[in-house]
Write a protein that binds this ligand. Sequence first.
Ligand code: AHM
Ligand code: MG
Length: 335
Amino acid sequence: MASKNQTLGEFIIENQSSFKYSSGELSRLINSIRLAAKVVNHEVNKAGLVDIIGAVGDTNIQGENQQKLDVYANEKFIRTLTNRNIVCGIASEEEENFITINSQDENHQNKYIVLIDPLDGSSNIDVNVSVGTIFSVYRRVTPVGTPVQLEDFLQKGSQQVAAGYIVYGTSTMLVYTTGDGVNGFTLNPAIGSYYLSHPNIKFPENGTIYSVNEGNYNHFPQGIKNYIKYCQKEEGNRPYTSRYIGSLVSDFHRNMIKGGIYMYPKSSKSSNGKLRLLYECNPMAFLAEQANGKASNGFTRIMDIEPTELHQRVPFICGSKNMVNKAEEFMVTAK
Ligand code: AHM
Ligand code: MG
């Protein structure tokens, strides 16, 4: 039984037997993410103090400015997962191609692959606003012992075996699911341990917060424009409150605890929105559904979308179930 103040280490051991294909491998994987997150957290927290901040001058494959901490976090997560010989493949927002991990041992039996956004919301780093790490875990579909293939990464979100995020906020938290609810652990920096602070988190079915970059309003589809007007209308418990941090992890985290909806729709500027299906939307969708919430592209369940490319983008609407249902209603009516 999960109890408050249990450490993440204790929780993992206690729950290992309830994992669907328990062999200890998934536990070791979560453990190594927790370790890398501690190291990244240390670096994020001193970002304002040392000369690590600012653009390297390099751009990532999406053509966006890549910052030093993105590179740092990317290296840390990849190195931790590779060195500990836990997974057979990794895909990252910061890498154009997936990474094949060849185990030193010849009959390398690792069956999990990880997709990761090592430092999401990186435009917030320079201004001391929360950023996060998002991860998603699948069992490979190609035979164990052979090099991973693209098809191992292009699986529907519904095939995920685990997903989670780390939010580097006023406290650092690791929130994850292995398909049996969502639990949140807060890092005690003095001791270096994560404690179960938020057992079995659930989205309130209704909420009063909407999170969207309204600067793009004129470019949004009519359904989204109508839904935003609905959120602002003076009626019942409306107008809702508008809150947009610009860090998906932080916006999602707040909405899951307080009740709300996050939207990154398509627009006339970007036909599929901005967020990436495989390492941003799917893991958040898995967490949302495990917490009684919902995630959709406006018409279809996010986790039912058949991926076609590693860095594919999709429109994303996610949060309290009734709010997402309402937004979908507006999308369908305006079609
Ligand atoms: P990133 O992976 O380049 O950091 O982009 C993802 C982030 C999300 O965290 C956030 O919700 C969104 O981009 C904000 O985008 P915008 O500034 O266009 O509103
Ligand atoms: Mg990102």
